[in-house]
Ligand binder design. Structure first.
Ligand code: PLP
Length: 386
């Protein structure tokens, strides 16, 4: 594979980021073809992308939207009501719990397990204590799907909604259950930001097997507007307060082209993960989990106990950046953000999340990371920690 470095303006040198898109001539030609077509938006590429995603995920319905956050917002409008309590994880990007707030519902932060995902056993304890909890927003963190057996049990036992935030997890599977196929959830979302497995620049999608949910999503994506065959040619009716969360045909053309290569992208992510796993065996660098074919590895997260080292996490970040390596931190606990503290959050008992936050960081992981670059990342990291 070719070098994937990009120019780092701050250090004026080539830089290996933690994540990055893989665009080739086929993608470019596909996008150019759409640019030359009659439709730049609301055209056939949107449906083509949605159908391709439905096929890939084995799910009945897909609605492609402007970004993953818009997907979460629309999903929340459909499955939540104002005042609902929603169990969710502190270990995610802000968008997951922000979407709960957007619709006037109330996030309740639950600790994580060793793999970085929300602790579903703790969720069950909360559900037993409090019957005003109406939903779980669970993130398949780093590409590692939630325990589907447990999810199935919770869904059947407690009458609640389940949203799977699969922004990290397209291409992942849990014993043959694919991310996004909603077999044990009401709704799932994806993000197609450039650091994700496949990109549409900005973009997202919602998947569901529920026709009622699907039809509501379509209306909400387009201003709450409805146009039926019995209406006059100029007529449309606004039945809901909706949004313009449309994605363009240009973006969807890129999505269709990228989706065709997803199995190859994931294969390469697997190779990278296995090499990291092998290199860190019996070292102080502990992978969040090791390869078992389930995670689709949006991120490769490791943990290091800095309390036994003479280097701090901040020093490690800075030193690696000076050496052209962009490690990243996923995530600062959402409940500890100033905005959330202002709402009264921040003092939840989440010992696993607290420890994880002290120790974790993500290493470069993307298909175009070359073998040589990965060797350099591993050697530089180990040398810097020594
Ligand atoms: C877990 C998770 N959910 C939602 C989002 C939001 O996606 P987007 O950036 O496409 O709005 C992200 C983005 O990084 C994410 O990581």
């Amino acid at each position: 594979m070719k070098s994937s470095c990009q120019w780092n303006k701050r250090y004026n040198m080539l830089f290996i980021p933690y994540g990055k898109q893989s665009i080739d001539q086929y993608d470019i030609d596909t996008v150019v073809e759409t640019l030359k077509s009659d439709y730049l938006t609301t055209g056939p590429k949107v449906k083509e992308f949605e159908n391709a995603l439905s096929d890939y995920c084995d799910v009945k319905y897909t609605v492609a939207v402007a970004n993953g956050t818009a997907a979460l917002h629309l999903a929340s409008l459909v499955i939540l009501n104002q005042g609902d309590k929603v169990l969710t994880t502190p270990n995610s990007f802000l968008a997951t719990s922000n979407a709960i707030l957007y619709v006037g519902a109330k996030p309740v932060f639950v600790d994580i397990t060793k793999d970085g995902n929300i602790d579903l056993d703790l969720c069950e304890l909360e559900l037993k204590k409090d019957n005003s909890i109406k939903a779980i927003y669970a993130v398949a963190f780093s590409g590692n799907m939630l325990n589907q057996n447990k999810l199935e049990y919770i869904k059947k036992t407690y009458n609640i909604k389940i949203l799977e935030d699969n922004a990290h997890a397209i291409g992942a599977n849990y014993n043959g259950i694919k991310a996004g196929n909603c077999i044990n959830s009401d709704i799932s979302i994806f993000s197609f930001h450039p650091v994700k497995h496949l990109t549409t620049a900005e973009g997202g999608a919602i998947t569901t097997n529920d026709k009622v949910i699907y039809e509501k999503l379509l209306i909400l994506r387009g201003h709450g507007m409805v146009k039926t065959s019995d209406m006059k040619p100029w007529e449309y009716e606004m039945r809901e307060l909706g949004f313009n969360y449309r994605i363009t045909d240009i973006q969807c053309a890129l999505g269709v082209s990228q989706l065709k290569k997803l199995p190859l992208f994931i294969e390469r992510r697997f190779e990278i993960a296995k090499k990291y796993d092998t290199s860190f065996q019996n070292t102080i660098v502990k992978p969040l989990y090791t390869f078992d074919g389930k995670s689709s590895y949006h991120l490769y997260v490791v943990q290091v106990d800095f309390t036994i080292l003479s280097i701090s996490k901040e020093e490690l970040f800075n030193k690696l950046r000076e050496k052209n390596i962009g490690i990243q931190l996923h995530y600062i606990p959402i409940n500890k953000q100033p905005y959330y503290k202002g709402l009264g959050y921040g003092s939840e008992y989440t010992p696993n999340m607290d420890r994880y936050y002290e120790e974790c960081f993500s290493l470069p992981m993307y298909p175009r990371l070359s073998d040589g670059e990965q060797d350099y990342v591993i050697k530089t990291l180990m040398d810097t920690l020594r």
